[in-house]
Design a protein around this ligand. Sequence first.
Ligand code: PMP
Ligand code: GLN
Length: 398
Amino acid sequence: MNISGAWDRAARGAMLLGEDGGLKPTIFAEMSALAAATGAINLGQGFPDEDGPVEVLDAARRAIGDGFNQYPPATGYPVLREAIAAHQRRFYGLDPDPDREVLVTAGATEALAATILALVDDGDEVVTLEPFYDSYAAMIGLARGIHRTVGLRTPDFQPDHDELRRVITDRTRLILINNPHNPTGAVLRRDTLQLLVELAHQHDAVIVTDEVYEHLTFGAEHVPVASLPGGWDRTVTISSGGKTFNTTGWKIGWLTAPAELVEAILAVKQFLTFVNGAPFQPAIAVGLGLPDTFFAGLADGLRRKRDVLSSGLREAGFAVSESQGSYFVIADAAPLGFADADALCRRLPELAGVVAVPISAFVADENKHEYASLLRFAFCKRVDVLERASAQLARLGG
Ligand code: PMP
Ligand code: GLN
């Protein structure tokens, strides 16, 4: 059987193939498998270890009983599209039309995939921040786009404005950002976002903004690009219920954008999954309608977890960046004498009974040296688990 064509296409997505030419699992799958095999505490793949709001879980159970078990409409059930529109209005003063400017997707992952496949042509440039979430490079590759990056560097991981002006050009089709940012925990400043809007207008580019951690910020204000002057008209805003409601396995995501963009993206999306997660859609609608106290409590609870893990990492001897958002923190292992975070992550279960993810997995080959000693730890775990991980990591300084 000749499947070389399939491998060729897959190989176009940077990072899809291993050095032996075979399938390369994502860093998250690889590190979760390592945690499972060794019994180490998994602070690698980002998923919470506790259930989310009971109202949301109960609503899903009810929806199954109430017959939400067949294909939803292609754009998602109206109850969820209306809840998404109401959420954008409540938190950001945006007013998307639930029928034409909201699209429910199989997680943020499908929203990203369909958007990139719909909007990027052979040879179009896509600018992302670096480090970047792994699916960005893969999808840009599969769309035959050219991936350009703007580096985020310690200590605050904010992009340099001159570099943005240099890298975003008339060849740029998409400016693909992630805010709050995985893996650095940076929350982009309003003036940076406003500059991106100006550059998108100047170069006729579309902004795609992955805001899955929109409610997980610690003091820094989350500003959606679409809410800025001139922002809405050329922005696709992507989010997901997974992070906000501790339901990463449900894969209910969505995007909001002007109707003509939604239509182009839907044209692709209908042949990816068509639709997904029928009973979970009304449940996420219930979640989006929870009172403000729920959303504030979410960030407060995570802030405490961030503080527990960050101080544990510092005590263990890492240099730790301050995470302003998401559920990740970056730690530099250089002060502990480890220059290669990739190698350290593979030994960390044996050395400390903990799993983390090397930042090199979020970086293009030519730039890996800049981030070589950095690791990402997830703090969306119970406080007692974070305390135990901290105590075990203290062995490293040993
Ligand atoms: N974007 C970012 C930045 C993420 O961290 C993740 C997953 N954690 C996703 C997208 C994918 O979200 P989903 O699980 O909803 O597909
Ligand atoms: N987004 C999660 C993370 O960054 C993982 C999602 C996945 O495994 N694809 O850890």
